[in-house]
Design a protein around this ligand. Structure first.
Ligand SMILES: [Mg+2]
Length: 309
């Protein structure tokens, strides 16, 4: 369904968006005015540097290509934290608290499915930021129950509260429907219906603005762009309804500020899932830091799960 080229384009676009947001991550909205690739800022990294969102996505891609299990996945995350593997410059500079805690649990020999934090206060966006490759590999899985089981497992290894699982189901099923050619509005409606299959009706009420579509028409001032998974998902979707090109959607998302890199990365993935041929500005591509490892992982994943061009 997706070609190898489309998969590579989607991953590259997501890394570009991450890199656009890195210099302004955690900055308040009123102080953010991004119009292109900049550097330094929050983490003092050069322009084009991507962060944990991309590193954890690369890790999942590598593991899915190899057919690795959840322990193999955690071993890669340990190498990210300890050795700076899967980073632009061999050093990790950014990781979410909940993901770090899960990796620490794995290092203390906790079973992968028990490593995630089940508390309500551990509902950050750390799971959905890495899950786009899973949605791609689940494209030929026609059984919804099997898809939800996979999404559940790949979420709870770090984020074990049911709200995070619901968010991951909404996100992955949304991407699936966009890959299959649905419009954004209908893909979202289908994804929200599927989330009910998870049987967490009390959790779904936290996503009520996505369910009734009311968020689309809301002014920017009431769209939160912090790291709470409900807010990040809504903000990324909102940006997609406000603009029509990769460039404008991603800038809309980055300029929401706060968790700018992750919201922009999610917005870019959502956009390119529905517009797989949409161009990415060439000066952004030129500035993006590339590594042989990231290129190889992306190419191998695309070859394993994409159709020949
Ligand atoms: Mg980040």
């Amino acid at each position: 369904m997706l070609s190898q080229q489309q998969i590579k384009h989607l991953i590259t676009g997501s890394m570009v968006a991450d890199a656009l947001g890195v210099p302004v991550e955690f900055q308040p909205r009123q102080s953010v005015a991004v119009s292109g690739m900049t550097g330094y800022g929050t983490y003092n990294q050069p322009p084009g540097t991507w962060s944990d969102d991309s590193s954890l996505t690369l890790i999942l891609m590598a593991n899915l290509t190899e057919g690795g299990d959840l322990e193999d996945l955690f071993r890669k995350m340990v190498r990210y934290v300890e050795n700076g593997d899967y980073t632009p410059f061999g050093q990790m500079f950014d990781i979410g608290v909940t993901t770090q805690k899960a990796i620490d649990n794995f290092r203390a020999r906790v079973a992968p499915l028990d490593c995630g934090d089940p508390s309500e206060f551990a509902n950050g966006n750390g799971a959905i930021m890495r899950l786009a490759p899973l949605a791609i590999t689940l494209l030929d899985q026609v059984d919804l129950v099997a898809r939800i089981a996979a999404i559940h497992d790949y979420t709870v290894i770090t984020h074990a509260h049911p709200r995070s699982v619901v968010a991951s189901v909404i996100y992955c099923e949304l991407l699936r429907e966009l890959f299959l050619g649905q419009s954004l509005a209908s893909a979202l409606a289908i994804a929200m219906n599927r989330a009910e299959e998870v049987n967490q009706t009390d959790e779904l009420m936290h996503f009520s603005r996505l369910r009734d579509g009311s968020f689309v028409a809301l002014p920017e001032s009431v769209i939160a762009s912090d790291g709470y998974v409900v807010h990040s998902l809504e903000a990324a979707l909102w940006a997609n309804f406000q603009a029509e090109t990769f460039e404008t959607v991603v800038l809309k998302a980055v300029n929401l500020g706060n968790d700018a890199d992750t919201v922009a990365q999610l917005a870019a993935i959502i956009f390119l899932s529905g517009h797989p041929e949409a161009p990415i500005p060439s000066d952004w591509l030129k500035t993006l830091v590339t590594t042989p490892q990231a290129d190889q992982i992306t190419a191998d994943f695309a070859q394993a799960f994409g159709q020949p061009n």
